[in-house]
Every structure is written in structure tokens, then in C-alpha cells.
Design a protein around this ligand. Structure first.
Ligand code: GDP
Ligand code: MG
Length: 357
């Protein structure tokens, strides 16, 4: 299962965000080092398509896609140079598939620390960039020595030299103007800032309604990355309540279903993950596949036999199936397509696989 990690300064709201997702469990406190061990949680990815299919098929079980998340504590200004818990947090960041910055925007004089999200972002980015700079310099030296016996490494050395220059200015690699191919090439060096990133902007109760104005400068700074404003503390409190009370509280605040579902959907997409669905009386289920997968690759998510013995896939977009009312009527109406092994599966496809092993 793919995992993302919460990264941010003390008191930004990382542990509270963990609680909002997990419904309690992580220790939220106004102490810089309350979290030294990352907690790992699992969150269901909300999916209204799945709910509708499950109702249509009167499924006994409904199984959502899930992602893992972890609360990474210990990052303070100067951490890459040994301040606070020092480099301990780095190894935790290396283990995640993507980074979620938690940036504080809420004002509260009782909670220490800066209240400007851009200041949070600046400090965090510099720490990560400096940590990467040290690795990039080492890698670059090593490659330069190897270059003497292997001239094919020239391109890599040039790329690493560019990384050293950019990181030295405090600019993370995700906004260093590298193209997808270059970023893929850099994967073998495990740089922190070569991972996908998004941000949660932790807003206070009084800032609800002004989300866009508060998020605008952060969006422009992180250009292209998803920025989700979220009142973390409120949603963490809501997560501890019974479902009816939660709904009532969020609606009273004008938050609808809350921002947690939107956040999870964005995070899931950022990881390059997509969903196809299966539906029947026994269960309706969301299956996770990588964007761009072919039908046999997607089938392999259910069982390797499905991939090995793949013959064809019967498929229809979820809304067309709902419109038809059942597989049988969809087939009758000629809405179900029969696709072969080169078919590239789309998000929201409902699949039935034919296979033979
Ligand atoms: N007023 C206010 N306080 C918050 C909000 N989010 C978090 N806090 C408080 O800020 C402190 C630090 O939060 P925590 O989740 O432990 O931050 P972490 O250090 O990033 O894990 C706690 O006392 C929280 O109750 C918020 O939206 N509004
Ligand atoms: Mg914490």
C-alpha cells in the first residue's frame, strides 16, 4: 500500500491531522518533540461511485481503496545541521512515497510558533533542500570519479551538478524545472525533494470562508502542487464523534462532509493511483492501479492468475452501469465493451475479467 508522510514544523497540526484521519490515536500536544516515532495509519479513500454501485448490486460488503499515512515529527529550523532531533526525521521521510506538508495558518497566541504558512513552507523546504544537497554532493563526487572509467555517466554527472547548484540555493528539486524524464533518472539517488508533494493548509475556525485568499500565496509558491485548506483541529474533533453528530457539527460550520475526503482523494491521485471497480452481490470493491496500466496489469492487482491467464475484460464506465441498472441490462443495451490486453484502464471503469490458467 502506498504511504504518505506529514512533514511540517512543530505545532503546525500534523498529529491533529493524523487524528482527523485515524479518529484518534496519535498524540497531539503543543510540544516540539511530542512525536518522535512516526505512527502509521490507514485511511479509506472515499468513493461515491463505489457506494452507488454497491447499492445497485445490493452488495453484502463494500470495500474501499486505502492509503497509509504517517506523522513524521522532529523537523525544526536547523534540523539538517543537527538541531532538535537532528537528522532522525530524514530516514522517516525517505520511507514514504509522497510528502504532505502541513502548514499552519491558524492564529492562536497560546500555541507557539509562526502563523504564516509561507514562513512554514520556507523553513521546511530549506531543511529538506540542505539534506538533499549533502546527498547530491556525495553522489556527484562519486559519479565524477566513476566517469573516468565510464564516459556514459557524463549525463548523470551533469544532472547531479545542476541539482547541487539548485539545492545550494535552497530550492527543492520538485520545483527546479526538471522534466519528468530527469526526475525519473534521479530516483536512484533517493532525494527527499524528488518525491511528489502536496500541502495541507491548517486554517482556524474563524478563517473558514476565506480559504481561497489564504491559500493563494501558497499555491503560487508551490506552483502546480495541490494545496488543500483544512481546519485540522475541527476535523480531528469531528472524527472522534459518532457519525450523526459529526455530520451535524460539520454542516453547522458550513463544512459539508468536511475537507478530509477531498484531501484523501487528492493525496491518492498525487501518488499516481487510480481506481477501477468490481461489483456483485457478494461485494463491491475499489481496486487501486497505477495510472496508465493495461487491462492485464490492472487484473493482476486482484490476482496474479488474472494477469497470467488474461483473455479479455468486459468493461463499462461506472455511471453508464448505474444508468443501465444492472450488468444484464447494460449488456442487452450493448453498453458493455469487450477489451483486449492493450486496453489502458481508466479511472472509474467497472471491470469483469475473463481468464484461463
Ligand atoms: N486554535 C487552533 N489550534 C490548533 C489547530 N490545529 C492544531 N492546533 C493546536 O496546536 C497544537 C499543536 O498541534 P499538533 O497537531 O500537536 O501539531 P504537530 O506538532 O504538528 O503534531 C495543539 O495544541 C493543537 O490543539 C487549529 O486549527 N486551531
Ligand atoms: Mg506532533
Amino acid at each position: 500500500m502506498e504511504r504518505f508522510g506529514f512533514v511540517g514544523l512543530p505545532n503546525a497540526g500534523k498529529s491533529s491531522l493524523y487524528n482527523a484521519l485515524a479518529g484518534g490515536g496519535a498524540h497531539a500536544a503543543p510540544y516540539a518533540f511530542a512525536t518522535t516515532d512516526p505512527n502509521i495509519g490507514v485511511a479509506k479513500v472515499p468513493d461515491h461511485r463505489l457506494e452507488k454501485l454497491s447499492a445497485m448490486s445490493r452488495s453484502k460488503e463494500t470495500i474501499h481503496a486505502a492509503v497509509q499515512f504517517t506523522d513524521i515529527g522532529g523537523l525544526v529550523e536547523g534540523a539538517s545541521q543537527g538541531e532538535g532531533l537532528g537528522n532522525a526525521f530524514l530516514s522517516h521521510i525517505r520511507e514514504v512515497d509522497a510528502i504532505v506538508f502541513v502548514l499552519r495558518a491558524f492564529p492562536d497566541e497560546d500555541v507557539p510558533g509562526p502563523q504564516d504558512p509561507l514562513e512554514h513552507l520556507r523553513v521546511v523546504e530549506i531543511e529538506l533542500a540542505l539534506a538533499d544537497l549533502a546527498s547530491a554532493e556525495k553522489a556527484c563526487d562519486k559519479m565524477q570519479r566513476m566517469l573516468k572509467g565510464d564516459s556514459s555517466l557524463k549525463r548523470t554527472v551533469e544532472l547531479l551538478t545542476r541539482c547541487v547548484d539548485t539545492l545550494g540555493e535552497g530550492t527543492p528539486l520538485y520545483r527546479a524545472g526538471l522534466d519528468a524524464e530527469e526526475r525519473a533518472e534521479l530516483k536512484e539517488f533517493f532525494f527527499l525533494t524528488n518525491k511528489p508533494v502536496m500541502a495541507v493548509l491548517n486554517i482556524g475556525e474563524d478563517q473558514i470562508g476565506d480559504e481561497d485568499a489564504i491559500a493563494a500565496p501558497v499555491r503560487s509558491e508551490l506552483d502546480g502542487a495541490e494545496v488543500v485548506p483544512l481546519s485540522v483541529q475541527l476535523e480531528a474533533e469531528a472524527a472522534m464523534m459518532a457519525p450523526e453528530d459529526r455530520q451535524e457539527m460539520l454542516e453547522a460550520l458550513g463544512l459539508g462532509d468536511g475537507a478530509v475526503p477531498a484531501f484523501l482523494t487528492s493525496a491518492y491521485h498525487m501518488l499516481g493511483l487510480r481506481t477501477y471497480l468490481t461489483t456483485g452481490e457478494k461485494e463491491s470493491r475499489a481496486w487501486t492501479f497505477r495510472a496508465g496500466s493495461t487491462a492485464p496489469e490492472a487484473a493482476g492487482v486482484i490476482h496474479t492468475d488474472f494477469q497470467r491467464g488474461f483473455i479479455r475484460a468486459e468493461t463499462i464506465q461506472w455511471n453508464e452501469l448505474i444508468e443501465a441498472g444492472s450488468w444484464a441490462s447494460a449488456r442487452e443495451a450493448g453498453k458493455v465493451r469487450s477489451e483486449g490486453k492493450d486496453y489502458v484502464v481508466e479511472d472509474g471503469d467497472v471491470m469483469e475479467f475473463r481468464f484461463n490458467v
